[in-house]
Design a protein around this ligand. Structure first.
Ligand code: HEC
Ligand code: HEC
Length: 308
């Protein structure tokens, strides 16, 4: 800053930088002051007109009686009325037709899929992942392996009734020892890798078809003969990953855990703490307009990629 002021008469503040850069003391322009006062008036107007000032346990309501929630509700109703008028014919058909017929109609099918995305996001995605791509220990819906069947009627039934699979601990009779469980686990892993015919898995294969009676549910070649809730063991995507408390545990430990503790196994009316839990809730009571929305979602899931 300079020591003395070479421009004493121009009304500068005496602050001078870089020899000639001065701070002047001019009044603000008129337009700026007008805008400033207009702003003050608007503040008072808004404060009186809209809900504004916080009180101890509420706030001033404003003379306009406006609330954001009210406005949202009004807009929503306008949109809903428009939707109902525009898609009345489609909704009527979804309500009255059978899913098996709806899915054969290209336009209705596309309509059902398009109107399911938000529903799926709200009600299904938390468990089944975006677009049904699965989450650890929740089944993938976008592949062609089905626990309970992939026809649109079977999918509809899964949604309507819910599904709870059951696998006894330690084989059908509950009598496999740790060594046998290890052998049958190796055989199961080989089934998924398509190497199960190798001589080294003969012991596991014998247990699978004999003492463990695994084939009763999982089918003689690892594929259930008819959908019964059991996993297709030849599929490339594991149904369960890790062990409870450690999702990183390797595949063999994971399979051994499933065989040792079973799926949804109860003792004295309570689930065993270590058993695999697999429960698809019924959506009959959970979904709004369930009779139409279950059909819509069944078609959506069927179209995700793996429908049969
Ligand atoms: C709380 C978690 C959860 C939610 C929410 C959920 N599901 Fe499921 N779903 C499961 C589980 C677990 C299974 C596997 C049941 C079993 O193993 O028997 C399943 C199974 C299914 C199946 C059968 C899959 C097959 O392979 O046969 C379908 C279809 C399905 N769900 C669709 C849906 C749809 C559509 C929604 C949304 C309306 C939904 N689910 C919401 C957990 C859930
Ligand atoms: C009473 C029917 C039943 C029997 C018997 C049965 N399972 Fe299962 N198994 C199931 C069901 C149900 C599931 C779980 C399906 C689901 O919820 O996704 C399952 C799941 C599995 C899984 C998990 C698959 C994965 O990818 O994580 C393995 C492994 C398995 N079973 C192996 C066996 C073996 C080995 C035996 C014989 C010792 C056997 N199961 C006997 C019904 C059965």
């Amino acid at each position: 800053m300079a020591q003395h002021n070479p421009w004493p008469d121009e009304g500068n503040t005496g602050h001078i930088w870089d020899e000639d850069l001065r701070e002047l003391d001019n009044p603000p322009p008129l337009w700026w002051m007008l805008a400033f006062y207009a702003g003050l008036i608007m503040i008072v107007f808004y404060a009186v007109y809209y809900p504004t000032i916080p009180l101890v346990d509420s706030h001033t309501k404003g003379v306009a009686g406006w609330t954001q929630v009210e406005e949202y509700k009004e807009d929503f109703e306008v949109l809903n009325n428009w939707r109902e008028r525009t898609f009345a014919a489609e909704e009527e058909k979804l309500a009255s037709m059978d899913v098996a017929d709806i899915i054969k109609d290209d336009e209705l099918r596309a309509y059902a899929v398009a109107t399911s995305k938000v529903l799926f996001g709200d009600y299904c995605m938390a468990c089944h992942g975006a677009n049904g791509s699965g989450n650890p220990n929740f089944p993938v819906l976008a592949d062609d392996n089905w626990l309970w069947g992939g026809s649109v009627k079977q999918i509809e039934a899964s949604l309507e009734k819910g599904r709870v699979g059951n696998m006894p601990a330690k084989g059908m009779m509950g009598n496999l020892n740790d060594e046998e469980i290890g052998q049958v686990a190796d055989y199961v892993i080989a089934l998924a890798a398509d190497e199960a015919d190798s001589e080294q898995y003969a012991a596991g294969k014998a247990i699978y078809n004999g003492k463990g009676l695994c084939m009763a549910c999982h089918g003689p070649q690892g594929k259930p003969v008819a959908p019964n809730g059991a996993t297709n063991l030849t599929g490339s995507i594991p149904r369960f990953v890790g062990v409870p408390g450690n999702l990183q545990a390797d595949r063999r430990d994971s399979v051994i855990h499933t065989i040792t503790y079973g799926v949804n196994v109860k003792k004295d009316g309570n689930y065993l703490p270590e058993t695999r839990r697999a429960e698809m809730p019924s959506f009959k009571e959970r979904l709004p307009d369930a009779d139409v929305n279950i059909k819509r979602l069944a078609i959506y899931v069927h179209e995700l990629g793996g429908g049969q």
